[in-house]
Structures are given as C-alpha cells and as structure tokens.
Design a protein around this ligand. Structure first.
Ligand SMILES: O=P(O)(O)OC[C@H]1O[C@](O)(CO)[C@@H](O)[C@@H]1O
Length: 454
C-alpha cells in the first residue's frame, strides 16, 4: 500500500499554509457529490471490473515470445504509460541484457517522435526479422504514429519480411486508418475501449501488451489498481489520499500555486512523472468550464528528478515565485542495496558517508529537500513506495487517474477531452498539404505572415 505524508502541506508546518479544516470545507461540495464524480463509472475504472483485458492480452504471450524486440509506435497517451511501466518495472539495463539473461523476453523500444535521428538510432539497433512493432493509436490517424508506421513498413517490405507478421495494432474498434488496414489486410489487432481516453489507457491493451512482452506481471498491476479503486473511491475524504491530494492542489491553485511539481527520488519512477504530466495537463488545462464560461484554468505539471534537480531546479522552487506545490516520491526499499565502502578514513569530510547505504543517502536528501521547501514556505507532500513493484505501480496509476477526475470536478471542467490540441493537429495537416485542410491553412496564413527572423 502506498503511504502519504501530507504534513508539509498544512499550516501546522507552513506559515501561510492551509488548515486541515479549510481544505475539508472546500471539500464539502466534493463530499456531497463524490459518487456523482464517478457516475457513470469512467472507463478507466470500469475496465478493472473483470478480467477481459488481462485475458485478451495474456493470450498473446506465447506469440510474443517469438520476438527478441518489441517496438511501441505511438505518442502521448499511446506511449507514455508504456514507457512508465517499462522504466519502473524492469531493471535499468534491461535492453542491454542478452536474450538468454532476459529469459527470452523482449527488449522494449519506443518510436514516439518523428525525429529522424531517433528513428535511425532505434531501427539501426534491431534485427527486424526478430522484431514486432505495436502501432498504438486510439484515433488511428495521429500524424507521428502513422509516419513511423509507414517508415517501418517500408523497411520491412524492402527486406522482404512478411509485413503482417511483424505488426500488431492497438486502436479503436471501428474508426481510423489503423482499423481499416487491420481489417483489409488481416493484421493482428487489439481494441482500445470506447470509454477510455488515451491518457487514461495505460491499463488497457495500450500499456499492457508491451508490459507482457517484457515479462511484467500485468495481473499484479491490476491487483494494485483494483486495491486503489477501493481505497481512492472512499467518500470519507479524510481516509482517501487521492482526494486529499486533489484538495491540496486545488486549494493552493486558488492561492496562485499554478505549478505542480512531481519529483521522484528514483530514476526508475521518473517516467511516471512524464505520464503524470500528460494526465494533469491535458485533463485540466482548459479554456472553458462546464457551463461554457471562459476560465483558462489548469495547473502546469513539471517533472523533476531527485537528487539531480536539487542541483538544478530546487533553487527556484525554494526561492523563486511562490507558485508551486511539490510532490516528492520516495522509495523505502530499493531492489539493490548498495553500501558505500569505508575509504579515506583519514578524511573527516567524507566520514558521514562511510558504510551507509546509497539509498539511505538518497532518502536523506529527499527529507532534506522537503524540510528546506517547507522552511521556504513551499507546500509539499511525499508519496512513499514501500518498494517498486507491479502492485504499487498499479495503485499509483489508478490513484492519479482518480485524482485527476476529482480535480476536474473541483475545477468544473471536463477532464476527458482535449480540444486545445486539435488546432495544432489540423494545421500540421494543412502545412503538409493534406486534402481537405486548405481552408484552415488559408485562414491562418494571413495571421502568420508577419516575420521577425534573425
Ligand atoms: O492515440 P492517438 O489517437 O494516436 O493520440 C495520441 C495522443 O494525441 C492526443 O490526442 C493529443 O496530444 C492525446 O490526447 C493522445 O494521447
């Protein structure tokens, strides 16, 4: 079970902080409507009610074992969750282990950006005859993912490899180009449930297939998520840490703290912060509230890595604008216990390091940062992973999905749409000369014709 330390978010420890009662006053409306926030049950919670997805993805295990490499082609919600599961649940050097040492499980790669250097470096490393490509796109049309699919397909065709055997699509059941190709050519495919949006989809086939391919125990992830579903849907808010987190963020946002920093003290958990950024940003950053009023609301998510960013961003957190709420993420028991050896016994300045665990030092740094933040008047809290494993990662994911829904309710916005990204997508099509987008290109051409270039 994840543990939460909220001590440094309240008035008791923070001069201009909130009182516990204050946030629960704000939470009264939430309390009274708590059930409604989750009625109808959002798809990301509904999918935990049965084993359908686990079984569907699990059934592909033996087919996946044919491949040494598994490449995710996707972007945003169709990639960040995969990356987070991979980094948090596999050893850091997984991709450099030999096939034998990996027990025949796949190495995982990601083609998200359309950066030719990235694509060349990933594909250059792989023997395509032993590689499967999972093209993931809920809409089945996203430019970056389609471009990467086409590049890979071109290569496979050039090598005369049986294209169909090297792809599996994860997409909408009816719509989009991927579905069309899957149906026309009989490419293997998995379905993203209609009621689960991209950034909430890591526990669907979107995130689970690559996890299974590299030997992550997806049943354990579900166990953690299901436990989280019980824990974080409690309408007694005082015993619901996801609700407390949301209330703290909401209350501070009202006081001008419009940045939410997530700072894991663990390299393995760092990409969870990337996943969180999309969830928080796309779900809550909105121009209109539910009644159509212009509100321009949201809280800018920032990722940070302890202890690295103590030597980079923390100066700003402590002394810069008072506009942040910081969430530190701590690991109690690291998988690897590494002790610093006794060397230089004659140098007093190093004696405090003699014989202590590296993890112990990292956690002391976390504690020191949280105290320094509170001393500087910066509200912060700590989420504690007793250890990094499937169960806790599953619980973490669901806690933040629920927290985002609660925050959406508090901000009175729809956390499940993302109208603000549409214009950019359409303009990309227009700039690339896609048919049907001439009007939008013309509309913005005049506005963007002014130049100041050096
Ligand atoms: O899964 P798709 O449809 O390719 O979309 C990828 C991402 O693009 C967005 O639509 C916009 O950034 C995200 O919401 C989504 O996760």
């Amino acid at each position: 079970m994840l543990k939460y330390d909220f001590s440094f978010a309240f008035k008791e420890t923070l001069e201009s902080g909130l009182s516990f009662d204050e946030i629960f006053d704000i939470g009264k409306a939430l309390s009274a409507n708590f059930e409604k926030v989750f009625q109808p049950l959002p798809g990301f919670l509904r999918i935990l009610d049965d084993d359908e997805i686990l079984e569907e993805v699990g059934a592909l295990k033996s087919w996946l074992q044919r491949f040494e490499n598994f490449v995710v082609i996707g972007i945003g919600g169709s990639a960040l969750g995969n990356q987070a599961l991979h980094s948090s649940l596999k050893p850091i050097n997984w991709n450099s282990l030999s096939n034998e040492k990996r027990g025949g499980k796949a190495r995982i790669f990601l083609l998200d950006n359309v950066d030719p250097d990235l694509i060349a470096s990933v594909l250059g490393e792989l023997d395509l005859a032993h590689t499967v490509f999972n093209v993931i796109s809920k809409s089945g049309t996203t430019a970056e993912s389609m471009a990467n699919y086409l590049v890979v397909r071109g290569l496979l065709e050039k090598l005369d490899l049986p294209v169909k055997e090297h792809f599996i699509f994860t997409t909408d059941k009816d719509n989009g180009v991927l579905r069309q190709i899957a149906d026309n050519e009989g490419v293997r495919s998995l379905t993203i449930p209609d009621d689960v949006g991209g950034r909430f989809s890591v526990l669907t086939p979107v995130g689970l297939l690559s996890a299974v391919a590299e030997g992550i125990d997806i049943e354990q992830i579900y166990e953690g998520a299901r436990f989280g579903k019980e824990r974080y849907l409690r309408d007694d808010l005082k015993s619901n840490p996801a609700a407390v987190c949301a209330l703290i963020h909401y209350a501070y946002l009202k006081k001008g703290h419009n940045i939410s920093v997530m700072m894991p003290y663990s390299n393995r958990l760092y990409t969870l912060a990337d996943w969180y950024r999309q969830l928080w940003a796309e779900s809550l950053g909105k121009k209109f509230d539910l009644s159509g009023r212009i509100v321009h609301t949201g809280q800018t998510p920032v990722k940070s890595l302890g202890a690295i960013d103590q030597h980079s961003q923390v100066q700003l957190y402590n002394e810069g604008p008072k506009d942040k709420v910081v969430t530190l993420v701590k690991v109690e028991d690291f998988v690897n216990q590494l002790t610093i050896p006794f060397i230089h016994s004659d140098i007093e300045a190093l004696s405090y390091l003699n014989g202590i665990g590296v993890g112990e030092l990292l956690n002391a740094e976390l504690r020191a940062t949280s105290i320094a933040l509170v001393a500087n008047g910066v509200p912060n809290m700590t989420i504690i992973f007793p250890q990094i494993d499937e169960v806790h990662v599953g619980e973490f994911i669901i806690s933040y999905e629920i927290q985002t829904a609660i925050m959406g309710f508090l901000l009175k916005v729809n956390p499940y749409d993302q109208p603000g990204v549409e214009l950019g997508k359409k303009l990309t099509y227009a700039l690339m000369g896609r048919k049907g987008y001439e009007e939008i290109r013309d509309r913005y051409e005049e506005k963007t014709s002014w130049r100041f270039e050096l």
